[in-house]
Design a protein around this ligand. Sequence first.
Ligand SMILES: [Zn+2]
Length: 265
Amino acid sequence: MPTAGAMPPYELYAIRYATNRKRTRGQNFIFEAQPEMLQPMDFYSWVAIGEAGTFVIDTGMARAKAEKHGHDYLHCPIDSLRLLGVAPEQVEQVVITHLHYDHIGNVSAFPKARFELQKAEMDFVVSPFMQKSWCRRAYEVDEISHFVALLHQDRLVLHGADKQIAPGLSVHLVGGHCAGQEIVRVWTRRGWVVLASDALHYYEELERGVPFTVAFNVAEMLTAHDRMRELAESDAHIVVSHDPLVSERYPAARPDLADHILRLD
Ligand SMILES: [Zn+2]
């Protein structure tokens, strides 16, 4: 297991900004035995705060997109950042794990930021696969267009498979869920934590070794389980992206932020 020596750890937070109580297991797992059973889905974005700076990891969903897709919007994630003392207009670095609409809303709230994204994901969203409605169903063209504009404004960095964004914070291509899905490894006071983003929606995927329904490449989605286990200190250091269990397993950042902002480190 790699160690970070004397590297200062990041504080790491998950912001739970939306939920969908009507979601069923059949919508979540392929060949599910109890497809009608409810399995709520929560929506999170993340932020790492350390000596090297503040790194927003995905920007959540815009309120209008939550309404369009039938999700209950609990908090604007931009307001949630302010509750942690992070001023979005001052944030300089945003990591985007992939371009699905629930991870790239609210981008205009970060006027100073430089965005980091897998080259493979940008290639994917303008590829012939987008001629297939099944492949593009979690992409919103107005938000994709916004990222094209950011690229032309020198505000979007398209990186290769693995990149150290800052000391103790790196991104790693796994694909699977979408062509350019990446995971994020963060050095914390409890060791290396891996934000799986949508490489894992529910803990159950890792525990049972099963893929989520929204999959561009099922084999890559399963192989990603091995990669995140290589990079995380233990399975308890892997944080999934849409499971209500996240808010049971991690404490609130402050008493007034219960069920809203969780401390992952
Ligand atoms: Zn997602």
